[in-house]
Design a protein around this ligand. Structure first.
Ligand code: NAD
Length: 441
């Protein structure tokens, strides 16, 4: 790929989300044209600015936002991220992914996402608590158990969710407010299995996809060579769970670099090394490689579990994996999608692959509303059922679209991808509900 092409590639996440959506639309011929704008753009974006007393006695103003992308199938659902570079465009794209994800796994939710521009690595616990409490107060009734339900995302965790719940509960005394937020600590209404739900869901989805026989040359994870980008919540747990079913973890990475070992890495001791030293790099017996090399490492399954736009026009052609399982949101650009499709690489798209997190968030919400506590066996059984069904419906749709393509009637140059099929399934579900509810007034 020449440098000009690389420079021309648009890495704005919302642009990529829009292009994915538009590509999927070419496979739907009976959608009401007037709905398209409503289905891609957010319903509402709230911007808030608020001052906080810092520990050194100064006052600093912070900027936060919450995007409610769509709520025709139920209340908005999606995380809140604290990051110095978070933008409204990024959060809007992530909120759109949530709308499509909740539709394709058939949860009674819409899509939302929020963020506060701040650097948690430079903030004290007290400053983070004051930011969270003030942000929730500013959002007021824009969030709630039946309107829009936050969850953890990049650099927010169980503690942040506990502060969100507590603040909302102070604002609405005398009600059961547990369901206002998910990803809470177990002691205040969190669900067992939530912590590893994203990775576990991606394992179940991958197993089901392989059973359906749509990945040429790969029908089992037993003995499969797996590379994982990112060793945080999603990546490190995926490495452990894929290893447990017989896969060989041949390369892993984090923000400081990557390591590989063709004999296989032990995910637990790699995690212990990372916890001790701050990085997977330097793990005894492994060879250091760059993050770029990890993405094109010789493997059967590549799991991007770190950031957006990692596989692009400039490196997609060098990817060796037969299957990419998108644990991260938006790790591939649309150009990468096209290149990989041409190469025959199968991509299990983010809105299916990493949906396990929101599925178990939904279980947490149900338990909170019913004042119940499920056990782990029930959570995992129901998660597997949800993931299997989402994969089956996506593959069935993909088969239908492929048959349609073979007739030559739809005019598309290339056949459908699994992402097209997942989005078609989601968009059709949303359009159906909009028309069943009918447009008010
Ligand atoms: P996390 O913060 O726990 O982990 C992120 C990891 O990525 C860290 O190990 C970090 O060092 C690494 N990383 C950062 N930059 C990197 C780079 N350039 N190269 C390689 N590694 C790099 O975050 P997480 O919760 O695991 O989320 C990771 C991705 O999965 C995000 O895209 C997130 O939106 C998505 N996701 C997470 C969940 C969940 O429940 N945790 C659910 C759905 C989607």
């Amino acid at each position: 790929m020449d440098t000009q092409t690389v420079h021309k590639e648009d890495l704005n996440l919302f642009t990529n989300a829009r292009l994915q959506f538009e590509r999927a639309l070419t496979w739907i011929d009976d959608i009401k044209v007037g709905l398209i704008d409503y289905l891609i753009n957010p319903k509402r974006t709230i911007h808030v600015r608020f001052p906080i007393h810092m520990d050194d006695g100064s006052i600093k103003t912070f900027h936060g936002f919450r995007v409610l992308h769509n709520r025709v199938r139920g209340p908005g659902k999606g995380g809140i991220r604290y990051h110095p570079n978070v933008t409204a465009a990024e959060v809007t794209a992530l909120a759109a992914f949530m709308t499509w994800k909740t539709a394709v796994v058939d949860l009674p939710f819409g899509g939302g996402k929020g963020g506060v521009v701040c650097n948690p690595k430079e903030l004290s616990r007290g400053e983070l608590r004051r930011i969270t409490r003030r942000f929730v107060t500013e959002l007021g009734d824009a969030i709630g158990p039946h309107t829009d339900i936050p969850a953890p995302d990049v650099y927010t965790d169980q503690q942040t969710m506990a502060w969100i719940y507590d603040t909302f509960d102070m604002m609405h005394p005398g009600e059961n407010n547990l369901a206002v937020v998910t990803g809470k600590p177990l002691e205040i209404g969190g669900s067992v299995g939530r912590n590893e739900a994203t990775a576990r869901g991606s394992l179940y989805a991958t197993e089901q996809l392989l059973k359906r026989g749509v990945v040429p040359g790969l029908d089992t994870l037993d003995g499969a060579r797996v590379a994982v980008q990112g060793y945080g919540n999603a990546g490190s747990i995926a490495a452990r769970l894929f290893h447990e079913v017989g896969a060989r973890i041949v390369a892993v990475s984090d923000s400081r670099g990557a390591i590989c070992c063709d004999d296989g890495l032990d995910p637990d001791t790699v995690l212990a090394h990372k916890n001790e030293t701050g990085s997977v790099v330097g793990y005894p017996g492994a060879t250091a490689i760059s993050n770029e090399e990890l993405l094109v490492y010789d493997c059967d399954v590549l799991i991007p579990a770190a950031l957006e736009c990692q596989i692009r026009a400039d490196n997609a052609d060098d990817v060796k994996a037969k299957l990419i399982v998108e644990d991260a949101n938006g790790p591939l650009t649309i150009a990468a999608d096209n290149i990989l499709q041409e190469k025959g690489t199968v991509v299990l798209p983010d809105i299916v692959a990493n949906a396990g997190g929101v599925v178990v968030s939904y279980f947490e919400w149900v338990q909170n509303l019913e004042n119940q506590q499920w056990d782990l066996e029930k959570v995992e059984r129901r998660l597997r059922k949800k993931m299997n069904r989402a994969v089956d419906e996506t593959v069935d749709c993909w088969n239908e679209l492929t048959a349609k393509h073979e007739t030559g009637l739809n005019g598309a140059e290339t056949g459908p991808t699994l992402r097209d099929a997942a989005l078609v399934t989601a968009i059709k579900r949303l359009a159906t509900v909009i028309l069943q509810r009918d447009i008010w007034p």
